[in-house]
Design a protein around this ligand. Structure first.
Ligand code: ATP
Length: 235
């Protein structure tokens, strides 16, 4: 049976520059996979290629066995694949609530996620719902970015660098919410530079270096020294 989501020989370019080379990943329903690697390894490019932000060949990304690689991003969202982008990319001129509503705009998928359930997950956002999104702290902005993606009621959530630049106490809150989202049965691809954090939540890990997957496995089966070598290229 086909995986929920797979990439097969996925490549991506910025002009003439090739950022990723022949990436194969598999995500099954309800699973969390983590993509780790140093700056510039190609993690964001992989996420953006799956989300349809970067164009690629149709047969390189398959959702339930159907080729979706050439679909524009809004069609990918309609199919139930939502991206929490690196750097959050909130709409500066919109309030918290308006930013959340953008997530469900034009997407008629039904499911458990609504303003109400996002506010239940992140109560602080309800308090701040009338504020401009950019007036929030970094952690709260990350909550808005996650909430906005959830508002499309995805079956697959792509999270790019959830903890980047956030204080440890905030990271704890974000990952507590992440665990609740995961427990709801959502399939998740999470990109992280914080290896210790993702090893705790991932069913399987892919390590990337210079645009290629250098190591994959279940966290319990991966030797830390091998992860280090696959991540940094060190011996
Ligand atoms: P980071 O954690 O720094 O975001 P990453 O693993 O997500 O790293 P990518 O952002 O996917 O890596 O970058 C992969 C390669 O593609 C890098 O060499 C980067 O310089 C290059 N790259 C990324 N975005 C662009 C762009 N818009 N135009 C040109 N090159 C880019």
């Amino acid at each position: 049976m086909a995986s929920l989501l797979e990439t097969r020989g996925l490549t991506a370019f910025y002009g003439d520059f090739q950022a990723i080379f022949g990436i194969d990943i598999d995500l099954d329903a309800g699973d969390t996979i983590a993509v780790i690697g140093a700056n510039g390894a190609g993690k964001s490019t992989l996420m953006r290629s799956i989300a349809g932000v970067i164009a690629n060949r149709s047969d390189m990304v398959l959702h339930r066995g159907e080729a979706i690689g050439a679909m524009p991003a809004f069609d990918v969202v309609r199919r139930g694949i939502a991206l929490v982008p690196e750097g959050r990319k909130l709409f500066a001129s919109l309030t918290v609530e308006e930013n959340l509503q953008v997530g469900s705009y034009g997407c008629k998928r039904s499911g458990p996620w609504s303003l109400q359930s996002v506010y239940a997950l992140f109560p602080i956002l309800k308090e701040r719902r009338g504020n401009p999104a950019t007036a929030l702290s970094g952690g709260q902005q990350q909550m808005v970015a996650i909430g906005r993606a959830l508002m499309s009621n995805p079956e697959i959530l792509l999270c790019d660098e959830l903890s980047l630049g956030l204080a440890p106490v905030v990271i704890k809150d974000i990952y507590a919410a992440f665990s609740r989202i995961r427990a709801s049965g959502m399939a998740i691809v999470v990109v992280e530079q914080d290896i210790a954090q993702v090893l705790k939540v991932a069913d399987r890990v892919y390590c990337m270096m210079e645009g290629r997957i250098t190591l994959t496995g279940r966290p319990a089966d991966l030797d830390p020294a091998k992860i280090h070598a696959a991540y940094f290229g060190a011996d």
